[in-house]
Design a protein around this ligand. Sequence first.
Ligand SMILES: NC(=O)c1ccc[n+]([C@@H]2O[C@H](COP(=O)([O-])OP(=O)(O)OC[C@H]3O[C@@H](n4cnc5c(N)ncnc54)[C@H](O)[C@@H]3O)[C@@H](O)[C@H]2O)c1
Length: 334
Amino acid sequence: MNEVNEILSQLTTEEKEKLRAKKVLVTGGGGFLGSWIGETLLALDTKVYCLDNFSTGVRRNIESLKNNKNFRLIEGDVENFETDESFDFVFHFASRPAPDDYVLHPVETLKANSIGTLKMLELSKKSNATFVYASSSEVYGDAEVIPTPEDYWGKVNPIGVRSCYDEGKRFSEALCMAYFRECNLDVRIVRIFNTFGPRLRADGTYGRAISRFLTQALGHQPITIYGDGQQTRSFTYVTDTVTGILKVATSGLAKGEVFNIGNTEETKIIDLATLIIKLTESKSKIIFLPPAKDDPRRRRPDITKAMLTLKWAPRVSIEEGIKRTIEWLKNQKI
Ligand SMILES: NC(=O)c1ccc[n+]([C@@H]2O[C@H](COP(=O)([O-])OP(=O)(O)OC[C@H]3O[C@@H](n4cnc5c(N)ncnc54)[C@H](O)[C@@H]3O)[C@@H](O)[C@H]2O)c1
């Protein structure tokens, strides 16, 4: 089964009908998550407007969508976007997502998650659209409560190197809730935990552990771990994350709500590196680099709310997801 069919098979008929034959704007629609959202919506005969500046997105992600009569690409920055169109849903996913990259572009990262969010909320208000915001587990910072539920407030350094992202996401969440409370706008916030799978940038040039390790392992290059590798993350396969996002977008119980969407399997980075070496049959050795600044020690979501409210839970194990990603990577020409 391909990814889109797998996502569709996990949505109820009612959820699919709410998304069918609609008009949707996906900011960051040329990126990893945005392109899977767009492709799934196109399969439901929905018109998809993809807004992207390709700062981190890859054109190849949407190559197969371009010929679809319901797909429209708009190249530009979300913070400058103007339109007379109106939409049924706005998915605001435009942002540089990876620490190695966003620390080099802090102003741009903050603009996409402040001015960009404001613009998309205004557009949603004008359109009477449902607004879905791609927030992040990073709003929890170096969480002291593990597994972390949605009502944990977070432990974030507001002036640290990662604050352009963490605080951008936190500001956007506050802005979403302000539009919900003051304008009764239908906003929904998804706190996404590390997601991987086909279309995650395969060149490994910016720092997401799974794509970097896979690229290094397949090339038999040293696997680079920042710190001692004892830090943990929860890795979610892309079909599970996109299914969760679309359930948040359509649930009758999600207006003005925030949901953790992530896998509860907590993995040490050193164990991830070892697993990837095994699955790729690589000759790579592991090398340890100085720890990244303000790197959270542990990350694991409490997904009780999503399980009870959305009837959602991840289905793909990390090992299965990595095997599928390896297959995809082997077919890429990079
Ligand atoms: N993938 C994850 O593990 C993860 C986890 C938590 C949150 N998120 C959030 O989900 C969203 C999508 O992430 P992704 O993994 O698909 O990353 P991605 O880099 O593949 O996609 C982001 C897209 O946004 C575009 N973009 C960036 N800034 C823009 C701007 N100012 N104007 C227009 N387009 C812009 C990029 O070119 C890219 O195509 C992001 O907001 C990210 O912060 C992702």
